[in-house]
Design a protein around this ligand. Structure first.
Ligand code: SAH
Length: 390
């Protein structure tokens, strides 16, 4: 067992069960060991505070998986996966969909590991060397779930480079999944490309917001900025929107979006697809819309990016507000924990001042309960949004 010893006075976060030990807190460490070994974390005085995955090259030197003096039991991963799946199975808020996140990294006590289920297909996503090394265990677990026919890997390639492991996107168990996995979410039908789509193929975290958009859409002309495969636009089409305009930089994503709008529309719906830069497209909008969704990518991946990101958010929110007809609903989102929900509100306020339009906040939005956030780990709350009325 490797030891990671903290500097004097740098043990507070661990004592409060925060799962990350940052490099700056570490006084002594094994150093040259391969990433992914379990390490014992001790205070400067030698008290054992917990155990976690050691990552010599990462700012997050240790991701704790157990707190206190006892080492985690040999089957801790399996137990935690089973508990995570059981919580979903007994959560009434998650009824009505066959696609959901079964394990949400730190939110489920599983730093570095995400399992997403799309109907019969489970996608395993590792973002640490330690979790990549435990992949077989996760696969054994996933393969036993009722109705699962395939388990595939889809590791976070950026994290893999940083951590120094080989990212996998192989078939891990069962039959090869279809090129498009069909999922059903509250009556909406989507196709998910688990091999090539973004993240694990679909933005499961926007499920509740999609349902909201469906409810708001009747009779409204809809703009879906940063549409990806048109999750929002297709929900709006199902809800009775007479027109939807989608903008995304990815042509492949919009090709799938076209199929989604067609498949889900409740009645006649005129659909327009714009491949290109959504910041630019927003600036050039001439028509008016009654329901606008602005869901940009994580514009701040580091805290140093926050100012620049705030300006970019404000810019695109401003142009969305200018294109909003009187009484329009406008949904704005941020998906990086570096931009807090408070900051999102301030940015929206700035945009409303610049647009010279008073704007009401009708609701705050966030990820559904298959994306739990551990209270010990506020950084896990990366997604939030506002339902505004212009
Ligand atoms: N709203 C989508 C998720 C959006 S994720 C959903 O619910 O499924 C962010 C999207 O923004 C991605 O599809 C990405 O291709 C796109 N994107 C990133 N930068 C962009 C840019 N500058 N202009 C247009 N689209 C962009």
């Amino acid at each position: 067992m490797y030891d990671v010893v903290l500097h004097p006075g740098r043990d507070k976060a661990v004592r409060r069960r925060h799962p990350w030990v940052l490099s700056g807190s570490v006084a002594r460490e094994p150093g040259a060991t391969p990433a992914g070994e379990l390490a014992r974390v001790t205070s400067a005085e030698g008290e054992v505070l917990g155990y976690g995955d050691y990552s010599p090259r990462s700012q997050l030197r240790v991701r704790l998986v157990a707190f206190g003096k006892d080492a985690p039991a040999a089957d801790w991963l399996d137990e935690r996966l089973a508990a995570s799946a059981e919580r979903r199975a007994t959560d009434p808020l998650l009824e009505g969909t066959d696609a959901l996140r079964l394990a949400n990294a730190e939110g489920d006590g599983l730093p570095g590991l995400v399992l997403d289920r799309y109907a019969g297909v489970v996608v395993v996503r590792a973002s640490t060397a330690a979790m990549a090394a435990r992949r077989a265990e996760a696969v054994r677990f996933a393969a036993t779930l009722p109705g699962v026919t395939s388990v595939v890997a889809r590791d976070d390639a950026t994290a893999a480079r940083r951590e120094g492991f080989e990212p996998s996107s192989e078939l891990l168990a069962g039959a090869p999944p279809p090129a498009r996995v069909e999922i059903r979410e509250h009556g909406r039908v989507y196709q998910v490309d688990v091999a090539r789509g973004q993240k694990t193929g679909f933005y499961l975290d926007q499920r509740d917001a999609r349902s909201l958009v469906e409810r708001l859409a009747r009779g409204r002309r809809v703009l879906d900025l940063f549409a990806y495969t048109g999750g929002f636009a297709a929900a709006a089409a199902r809800g009775g929107a007479p027109s939807v305009t989608l903008v995304d930089a990815s042509e492949a994503a919009l090709a799938l979006a076209r199929a989604h709008v067609e498949r889900n529309r409740g009645g006649a719906c005129e659909a327009r697809f714009v491949v290109g830069d959504a910041f630019e497209a927003a600036r050039r909008l001439r028509e008016r819309f009654d329901l606008l969704v602005v869901d940009p990518p994580p514009l701040a991946r580091r805290s140093a990016d926050v100012q620049r990101a705030s300006r970019a958010y404000k810019d695109v929110f401003l142009h969305a507000l200018r294109a909003a007809a009187p009484g329009a609903f406008v949904l704005v989102f941020r998906c990086s924990h570096h931009v807090s929900s408070d900051l999102l509100r301030k940015i929206a306020f700035g945009a409303s001042l610049d647009a010279q339009r008073p704007v009401q906040v009708l609701a705050t939005l966030g990820a559904p309960s298959d994306h739990p956030v551990a209270l010990d780990h506020p950084e896990g709350e990366y997604l939030s949004g506002l339902l505004l009325r212009a």
